[in-house]
Write a protein that binds this ligand. Structure first.
Ligand SMILES: [Zn+2]
Length: 486
């Protein structure tokens, strides 16, 4: 049914299912928010990665194994002054706050070989680098070169749980431990010392990250360098856009074009004629064929508006509503209910028509006051028409879908398409922004480069809903067997 589109399955294992959320008023809160966590959460990416970017550069240049060796050399050097530890803060800001002699000593350790100097030289790309003069001296003649190595280093460590980020965070944690700023139970210390070879890493890695994250819980960090780092990355390197793959439509949908839909239109028209029994008001017949023709019109606009991706989603939302409403009406199939539905619409026309008269200056272009007035008075004189400001069936679409056993269809199509019709952030994010691929820009959002920006095609979904509407026509006035897909 769904064409050839490959669909990624959502992974629910690692997410809190909706049932795990707590309802407070009209808000569903996930567990972490319920417990009040996440409020003062400090950020690895924003705040601490810039401080440990020297370690990330070593990993990017030397590879992980040799970088870890260098980290051990560095840590051993710090651990040797047991009684008055000096090097407990291995961040760039931390280095800058050392006594000048101590700073030169530790930078000398990090810049021992030409290879290490080459790896760390990109630090000089930053004019805001803390203790820049001392770094320049320690790096001797090493040139920062282009930003590629830095980009690779940041790419590897941008995600706070990546292996490389964990390595950097381990260096910081171990420095704090040897410097007696962090206290950790002995058996855990043994494991951390043997990182990444000792113990079950699926357990060790998260505990490193948790302990490193907790290091800042007590005091407020100075964010001058971190902010300057990201600002300079932004100023000095360009955005990297990407041409996203064109979203493809299943080949079955290709066949459904305007010509194809016009054949359906002809068949629907003759079926309308064959099933019509009276010139009196026939609320049922008008509703069934009215909705089918309306859906058809939407389909025609969907297939002609190539690239009408956002508008297509508004169409999906409407197709869903038609499909559910029609099914609901047919399931009950009471004359009174058909009339209620129709009269609700008449009332809305009257309401709009009355409001129109008060509009000043001229009413908007899309409204035809005469037509509205005619609809309001067509069935009855409008003085007999009540205006219902609620839902026509005193219900809502969700409740209706539950009542007729089509909640699954509702769930498939309602939420996100409604977001499109309301212009909410999520659909806006999906429609017009893409993530910048320059890791030095922390995955910020940039406008999608294409005109119009692509979105997954909606045609298969529209066809699915439209076919089910045609099936309702068949249910109401059998036989009508025509479908887009057989
Ligand atoms: Zn960018």
């Amino acid at each position: 049914m769904m064409g050839k589109r490959s669909k990624k399955k959502l992974k629910y294992q690692s997410r809190t299912p909706l049932s795990g959320h707590k309802k407070e008023g009209k808000v569903l809160k996930p567990p972490f928010v319920q417990f009040g966590a996440g409020k003062g959460l400090v950020s690895w990416t924003n705040d601490r990665l810039p401080e440990m970017v020297w370690a990330a550069l070593l990993i990017a240049k030397l590879g992980r194994d040799r970088a870890l060796e260098t980290f051990r050399t560095f840590l051993r050097f710090g651990a040797k002054d047991e009684n008055s530890p000096r090097f407990w803060d291995p961040t760039l800001t931390g280095f800058s706050q050392l006594e000048p002699a101590d700073r030169r000593e530790i930078l000398g350790v990090l810049c021992q070989t030409e290879e290490l100097r080459g790896a760390l030289a990109p630090l000089l790309l930053f004019s805001a680098l803390p203790a820049r003069d001392d770094w320049q001296e320690a790096l001797q003649n090493a040139q920062p070169g282009p930003a590629e190595l830095l980009m690779e280093a940041v790419r590897l460590t941008l995600f706070h749980q990546s292996q490389e980020a964990t390595d950097c965070r381990w260096v910081r944690l171990m420095s704090g431990m040897f410097g007696k700023r962090v206290i950790i139970p002995h058996e855990e210390l043994i494991q951390l010392n043997g990182y990444p070879r000792l113990g079950d890493q699926t357990h060790v890695r998260p505990s490193i990250r948790a302990a490193e994250g907790a290091m800042d819980a007590a005091e407020k960090r100075d964010l001058t360098w971190s902010n300057a780092f990201w600002a300079e990355c932004w100023e000095k390197t360009p955005c990297l856009g990407v041409r996203t793959n064109e979203h493809v439509t299943g080949s079955a949908a290709e066949a459904v074009d305007l010509k194809f839909l016009q054949e359906i239109r002809r068949e629907l028209e003759s079926h309308w004629e064959n099933t019509r029994e009276t010139t009196a008001i026939d609320a049922r017949h008008d509703a069934v064929f009215g909705m089918a023709f309306y859906a058809l019109r939407l389909m025609e606009e969907v297939v002609t508006a190539e690239g009408g991706a956002v508008v297509g989603r508004l169409a999906l939302r409407t197709l869903l509503e038609i499909r559910l409403t029609l099914h609901y009406l047919l399931k009950e199939d009471k004359l009174e209910l058909w009339r209620t539905w129709r009269n609700y619409g008449v009332g809305q026309a009257k309401l709009a028509s009355l409001k129109l008269e008060k509009l000043d200056p001229a009413p908007p272009n899309y409204l035809d006051g005469e037509v509205l007035n005619r609809i309001a008075n067509e069935d009855f004189w409008e003085e007999f028409v009540a205006i219902d400001v609620g839902h026509w069936a005193g219900s809502d679409l969700r409740k209706m879908s539950e009542k007729i056993g089509l909640k699954d269809v509702y769930d498939r199509y309602y939420g996100w398409t409604s977001g499109f019709s309301h212009g909410q952030w999520g659909p806006i994010r999906e429609s017009v922004f893409v993530l910048c691929l320059n890791p030095l820009h922390r995955g910020h959002r940039i406008p999608k480069p294409q005109t119009p920006p692509s979105l997954p095609k909606i045609k298969d979904d529209a066809i699915e809903l439209f076919d089910s509407i045609l099936a309702e026509v068949d249910r109401a006035y059998s036989p009508f067997s025509r479908r887009c897909r057989s």
